[in-house]
Design a protein around this ligand. Structure first.
Ligand code: IPE
Ligand code: IPE
Ligand code: MG
Length: 242
C-alpha cells in the first residue's frame, strides 16, 4: 500500500453502483456494448485492487431487475460479456484468494450462465480473502419480496413463529444473509439515486458519488472515496461515535 492510504480506515464492506458505461462509449462514438466491455476490465482491476487493500466485501451492481428493459441487442451483449468474464473471474479469484458470491434471482438467466455462477461460487467458497459479491438480476425490492415469501413458507410449515421475526431474522432471509451491511456506497457517473440497490442493507451506509465514468474508475478514484469516507462521522442515529 502506498503512503496516501497510510492511517486510513479501510471500510470493511464497499458497495458499488458501476454506472456510465454507455456514456463512456458515446463520448468516443462507440456502441454501448464497447462501454460494457471496458467496464468489465475495470471490474477485474477493481477486484484485485480491493483485495490488496484489505477490503473484506466488495459488492457490485452488475445487472438490475430493471435492466431487462434495455434493447434486445444490449441485453444480449451483456449476457455474452457475462459468459466470457465469468471464466476469467474464476482465474482471478483463484489467484487472489477471492471468494465469489452472486446475489439476485439467477434462475432468469440461461442455463449455462446459471451453471457458470454456481461453479464460480462452488470453486471459490473456501477462499479467505476478499468476498466479491456480484448483484445480477438484482433488485432491492425483489430481494425483500423473495425474503418475505420464504418467511411466509416457513410460517406455513410451522418452522417460524411470526412473533419471532426481528430485523436480524429478516436479514437472514435476504440474499446477503451473514454479510455485514456496506460501510461505503460508491456510485460512478454522478447520478444521485439508489436505482433499487441494496435498499435494506444501505440504511446507514455512507454515500459517495463521483462524476468519473465507470470504465475510467481506478485505484486513485477508490482511494479518493475511502479518504472521503475517513472524514465522515458515522452516527447510526445516535449522537457521536468517535
Ligand atoms: C452501467 O452502465 C452498466 C449497467 C447498468 C449494466 P450504463 O449502461 O447504465 O451506462 P449509462 O448510464 O447509460 O451511461
Ligand atoms: C444501475 O444503473 C444498475 C446497474 C449499475 C447494474 P442504471 O443505469 O440501470 O440505473 P438508472 O437507470 O440510471 O437509475
Ligand atoms: Mg446507467
Amino acid at each position: 500500500m502506498d503512503n496516501t492510504m497510510e492511517n486510513m480506515v479501510i471500510p470493511q464492506h464497499v458497495a458499488l453502483i458501476l454506472d456510465g458505461n454507455g456514456r463512456w462509449a458515446k463520448k468516443r462514438g462507440l456502441p454501448r456494448s464497447m462501454g460494457h466491455k471496458e467496464g468489465c476490465v475495470t471490474v477485474e482491476k477493481t477486484v484485485e485492487i480491493a483485495a490488496r487493500m484489505g477490503i473484506k466485501y466488495l459488492t457490485v451492481y452488475g445487472f438490475s431487475t430493471e435492466n431487462w428493459k434495455r434493447s434486445k441487442e444490449e441485453v444480449g451483449a451483456l449476457m455474452q460479456l457475462f459468459r466470457f468474464y465469468m471464466v476469467r473471474l474464476l482465474k482471478i479469484a483463484k489467484n487472489n484468494n477471492v471468494r465469489v458470491k452472486m446475489i439476485g434471482e439467477r434462475n432468469r438467466f440461461d442455463k449455462d450462465i446459471v451453471e457458470g455462477i454456481n461453479r464460480l461460487e462452488r470453486e471459490t467458497k473456501d477462499n479467505t480473502g476478499l468476498t466479491f459479491v456480484i448483484a445480477v438480476n438484482y433488485g432491492g425490492r425483489d430481494e425483500i419480496v423473495r425474503a418475505a415469501k420464504k418467511m411466509a413458507e416457513e410460517v406455513k410449515m410451522n418452522k417460524l413463529n411470526p412473533e419471532d421475526i426481528t430485523e436480524n431474522v429478516f436479514s437472514g432471509f435476504l440474499d446477503t444473509a451473514k454479510m455485514p451491511d456496506p460501510d461505503l456506497l460508491i456510485r460512478t457517473s454522478g447520478e444521485l439515486r439508489l436505482s433499487n440497490y441494496l435498499l435494506w442493507q444501505l440504511a446507514y451506509t455512507e454515500i459517495y458519488v463521483t462524476d468519473c465514468l465507470w470504465p475510467d474508475f481506478s485505484k486513485e478514484e477508490l482511494e479518493k472515496a475511502i479518504a472521503a469516507y475517513n472524514k465522515r462521522e458515522r452516527r447510526f442515529g445516535g449522537v457521536q461515535t468517535k
